[in-house]
Write a protein that binds this ligand. Structure first.
Ligand SMILES: *Cc1c(COP(=O)(O)O)cnc(C)c1O
Length: 433
């Protein structure tokens, strides 16, 4: 399904005019399609029919409460990487029994919160974390269900900054240390060591590295069982990529991904967990911005938007490509001219696209960044004291603001000025010099 398309010459999100939303909420804003969110989730989950699975949507891809609640309604679990994300998942109606907690740096307070909530599984990434979890569990009278995140040393063939399963990446337990770490875990009180977990990277556009990694996991489960460990859960992580408009071949279909998992680990008698993020939400979102100025300089044309790298960080962070379309459908046959599309932030990296062929744009025109539903709003910040932009959810002909626009006053309210600042009689100032 195509959730964002021109109709009667103007971009629509499902049945709602994007320009009409802009008129009501202002720009920039993120806009999500309920129908696409649901279709993507059901496509993924449907590829696993008949298997004993929990699809733990990776909350970090898009953690808006309305997005989480939409997925919760379809039966999604959650993969969280902080206590904050766990609270978001719980508040959106995802039961604790369908939540897994990943990440290399869970603090004692976070472990306590997750133990108290009674989550399904801790994905533990190191021996120090095992000791910490054991201690917190014993102190609280809990038994913590544990999977060890192992590092299968597979290059996911994706961008360096989103590869996580190679030997030198910070994630998981190095392959050679895996047997010893399971033995150490089994000897600790307060832990129920029940699973194996991997996540080799994000935006994977080939199934080959996943096939290799899944195969290593299957071998590992067999050898751990031989060593006396009762392993009945496998968490295969996330990472399934999407087409940002610049892929040469189509990304793997969910059906083929599901078939791969079924073939390689489906017969081990384990509950299978999946942590898809991007695949569920990326194509369900756009970022809408307005053109502030069009500037000619040294033979280049710069289209300066009211959105910036703080609103959509992926191009600055990973050189990512996002298709940019004008909200007003261009006339047929109009000449496309290469322009640089930039934001107003005082950084050269605040550039969304270079030499991008676009139809003529002028101040006030609206544009939409496509495939912006994942790692978009969640990564935004307030650099340059730019308030976080609103998020809007569309369903059919309805839309609702699901995160209000932050005000500058909200940002300023977090700061405070100590009483001694500006007080010339204060001696600490002199003492510090
Ligand atoms: C980020 C992350 C995911 C989700 O990755 P996607 O590429 O968005 O599917 C899943 N699991 C873990 C542990 C992650 O860190």
């Amino acid at each position: 399904m195509q959730p964002f398309a021109w109709r009667q010459g103007t971009l629509h999100a499902e049945d709602v005019s994007v320009a009409a939303i802009a008129a009501e909420v202002g720009t920039p804003f993120y806009c999500y399609s309920t129908a696409k969110l649901e279709a993507q989730y059901l496509d993924f989950a449907g590829s696993l029919t008949g298997l004993d699975t929990i699809v733990c949507y990776s909350v970090k891809a898009n953690s808006n409460q309305a997005v989480l609640a939409t997925l919760a309604r379809l039966g999604a679990g959650a993969d969280v990487v902080s206590a904050g994300e766990m609270m978001r998942a719980l508040q959106a109606g995802i039961p604790a029994g369908r939540i897994v907690f990943s990440g290399v740096g869970k603090t004692a307070a976070e472990l306590d919160a997750a133990l108290a909530a009674g989550i399904y599984q801790f994905n533990v990434e190191s021996i120090p974390e095992l000791h910490a979890l054991s201690a917190r569990a014993v102190a609280g009278g809990h038994t913590a269900p544990v999977a060890l995140r192992v590092n299968p040393d597979v290059d996911a063939g994706t961008h360096d900054k989103i590869s996580t399963g190679r030997e030198h990446d910070k994630f998981g337990i190095a392959w050679a240390d895996v047997p010893g770490t399971y033995a150490a875990a089994a000897a600790l009180p307060g832990l129920d060591v029940a699973g194996v977990d991997i996540h080799i990277g994000s935006q994977l556009t080939s199934l080959d590295p996943l096939a290799t990694a899944f195969g290593r996991v299957a071998d590992l489960v067999r050898s751990l069982r031989d060593a006396g460990h009762r392993i009945d859960r496998i968490d295969l992580g996330g990472g399934l990529g999407v087409d940002y408009g610049n892929l040469k071949a189509s990304p793997p279909r969910a059906a083929d991904y599901g078939a791969l998992a079924r073939r390689i680990v489906g017969n081990l008698g384990c509950t299978l967990l999946f942590e898809p993020g991007r695949r569920i939400v990326a194509e369900a979102g756009i970022l809408v911005a307005a053109v502030t100025y069009v500037k000619e300089s040294a033979g280049r044309q710069f289209v300066i938007l009211d959105a910036a790298m703080n609103d959509l960080m992926r191009p600055a962070l990973y050189d990512s490509h996002h298709e940019i379309v004008p909200v007003a459908q261009p006339d047929k046959g109009v000449a496309l001219l290469p322009v640089d599309v930039v934001g107003p932030v005082c950084e050269s990296t605040d550039s969304f696209a270079k030499d991008r062929p676009l139809p003529p744009l002028k101040a006030g025109d609206l544009v939409a960044f496509q495939t912006a539903g994942a790692y978009g709003a969640v990564m935004s910040g307030t650099y340059n004291t730019r308030p976080l932009v609103p998020e809007v959810l569309v369903s059919g002909h309805r839309f609702a603001i699901v995160r209000r626009r932050m005000e500058v006053a909200d940002i300023l309210a977090l700061d405070s000025v100590p009483s001694w600042v500006g007080d010339a009689s204060d001696e600490r100032r002199g003492a510090a010099e």
